[in-house]
Design a protein around this ligand. Structure first.
Ligand code: DC
Length: 222
């Protein structure tokens, strides 16, 4: 591998992006950036401060006085105002709120700047919704992961039910709402970049997904 690549992994919730992005980064010795975690961090703070999630200027002011930073060898931990919120941002209520926060263009602009700063030197796998379309449209490799909605809901349920009291119906419903919001928002909606490699993970194990991504990556980088 000559040049340190930027690898974009986009797709809806539960498509297997996080696991795939982490595994791929580890195998290739790259850094991993979970861009959704930054929306989740701001959403967490907005919930704690009882800020109306539709109030763009209040959220922009909140973002202004927030410090978000990634830490760890592979940037796997996220800190909000000095507090490690890597676990707290995984709650279902925070996931739901993050999608509402992500519709606001002023907030997105600030976060995109942060992601680009981290990604611009290369050597990074970025996971999100708009990495291949907006954030790094010239990424060396782009993947679009997707899976059947029932399978995505099942995966989310098994993750969430280990941590909090949720039902499969609730998770399915929340996922549907979040999908709809992410796909239809005006700014940087979730969509596959034309040059992204589509991978349907419905019937794939995490290992099979990783193998598929590695195979495509090697084809393109060698
Ligand atoms: O990937 P995730 O579920 O942690 O993302 C949380 C929310 O953040 C998701 O519903 C949409 C939003 N998001 C986004 O709009 N753009 C990104 N690049 C990443 C996430």
């Amino acid at each position: 591998m000559t040049r340190r690549p930027v690898i974009a992994i986009d797709g809806p919730a539960g498509a297997g992006k996080s696991t795939a992005a982490r595994n791929l980064a580890e195998r290739l010795g790259l850094v991993y950036l979970d861009t959704g975690a930054t929306f989740r961090a701001l959403a967490l703070k907005a919930i704690r401060e009882h800020i109306d999630l539709s109030d763009e200027s209040a959220l922009a002011a909140l973002a202004e006085r927030s410090e978000i930073r990634f830490e760890g060898e592979r940037l796997e931990k996220i800190f909000l105002d000095g507090e490690d919120v890597s676990e707290a941002i995984r709650e279902q209520a925070v996931a739901n709120a993050s999608s509402a926060v992500a519709v606001h263009p002023t907030l997105r602009a600030g976060l995109v700047e942060l992601w680009r700063k981290i990604g611009t030197r290369g050597g990074v796998v970025l996971e999100g919704r708009d990495i291949g379309t907006v954030v790094f449209p010239d990424a060396e490799i782009k993947f679009f992961l997707d899976a059947r909605p029932e399978e995505r809901a099942k995966r989310r349920f098994s993750e969430q039910s280990a941590k909090e009291d949720v039902t499969i119906d609730r998770v399915t419903q929340d996922l549907k709402i979040r999908d709809q919001a992410d796909r239809t928002r005006q700014h940087s909606p979730l969509r596959r970049a034309e040059d992204a490699i589509a991978v349907d993970t419905t019937d794939l194990t995490p290992k099979q997904t990783l193998d598929r991504l590695l195979e495509e990556t090697r084809k393109r980088l060698n």
